[in-house]
Design a protein around this ligand. Sequence first.
Ligand SMILES: Cc1cc2nc3c(=O)[nH]c(=O)nc-3n(C[C@H](O)[C@H](O)[C@H](O)COP(=O)(O)OP(=O)(O)OC[C@H]3O[C@@H](n4cnc5c(N)ncnc54)[C@H](O)[C@@H]3O)c2cc1C
Length: 395
Amino acid sequence: MSNPASPALDFDGLRPPSPFLMAEHDQWRAHLRGFINRHVAPNLDAWDAASDFPGALYQQAAQDGILGMGFREDLGGTGEDIDLYHRIIFAEEFFRMGSGVVFADLATPWIALPPIINGGAPEMLDRIARPVLAGDKKIAFAVTEPGGGSDVSGFVTTAERRGDCFIVNGGKTLISGAMKADCLLTAVRTGGPGIGGLSLLLIETDRPGVTRGSVPGLEWYNRNNGWLKFDNVEVPVGNLIGVENRGFAGLANQFNIERFSGIAATLAMTRTCVAEAVAFARERQTFGKRLIDHQVMRHKIVDMIQRLKVSYAFLDLLVWRFSQGETPVADLAMLKIQATTTLEHCARESLQVLGGRAYTGGNRVERIYREARIFVIGGGSEEILRDLAAKQMGF
Ligand SMILES: Cc1cc2nc3c(=O)[nH]c(=O)nc-3n(C[C@H](O)[C@H](O)[C@H](O)COP(=O)(O)OP(=O)(O)OC[C@H]3O[C@@H](n4cnc5c(N)ncnc54)[C@H](O)[C@@H]3O)c2cc1C
């Protein structure tokens, strides 16, 4: 018999109560869920199979006040008066269905647009920011290079000044949204070696010398993820974003904020997996009793819920600390590792509970199991974040 005071072990019930979640957050969640139930959920299996989704979803998301979350209203955004929970809930709701195919591209403006709005030429507000927030233009954030993404200081794509232009040579890879992007926010080497020689440059993808293609190994995930090559691409100096050779200086805070989205995505997928495992274990009979009546299965489920609760307690604490003006970088790095390894563990264990049923359709666990590894690499890999935490703690 379950305790009537215990929450249901479904997606919503698996989110531990938080003293920081208010009515406005519930409204935002309901709004997002309505959008996803109407426009995403019915198509998700087909989009997964095609590894793609229609461009019209960008405009729909813009019309419904979703694409412009947190951006200035005069640019077509929903207004800057949001907190970290709005971003967290956005990621949770999209990943409730394991719909990474949609999220990775729709969320790119969060990381690519702020440097342009804050550090680009004023004409870029009309040329880039407004059309992107209306869903009419697409932008990608192109930093990672074929030679490696972790060691930013080793990037070799160059932008050499010649008169009023930069001449760009090099390439990027694994870029979300690359195949449909009209423009890219890239990191290019304009100065000497190291992180101090990097600048941010906007490159339109229709410029002569830009070529691109899908990253083949990722087609199961999102065919829109791709590589780009720059062969003597002429880019006007006016496309420089921020201060030359200080391209990464202003991005640290933005990376911290974005890290919360990745963390929220992983915890949402974990909840989906655990909810599916619980539902299945309650119904499936083996050796004359329900799966959940076997002690090993009960322990698996309790262990998963315990890890989920620890991760959310850590998340809520850090959201509160950020809201107080603190920037606990080491703790945020450790929270991302905590959340992503929780997902990896729970995706594996949930799939184990489902057994062969996980592969016969009608559930999200197998899809999430395949996608889980990406989160331990993108947005700061486990090793790089452990090193960051160690440095911050002074050893
Ligand atoms: C689905 C997906 C979407 C992506 N989208 C984008 C995007 O939109 N834009 C973009 O710019 N990039 C994107 N990336 C790239 C991502 O940011 C990189 O994969 C990531 O930064 C790691 O770089 P890398 O893969 O080149 O690994 P590498 O830097 O080559 O490292 C390989 C492995 O070694 C580890 N490692 C590296 N250095 C050390 C060290 N000093 N000590 C211990 N271990 C170390 C790393 O953690 C990693 O596990 C995406 C990646 C994926 C998979």
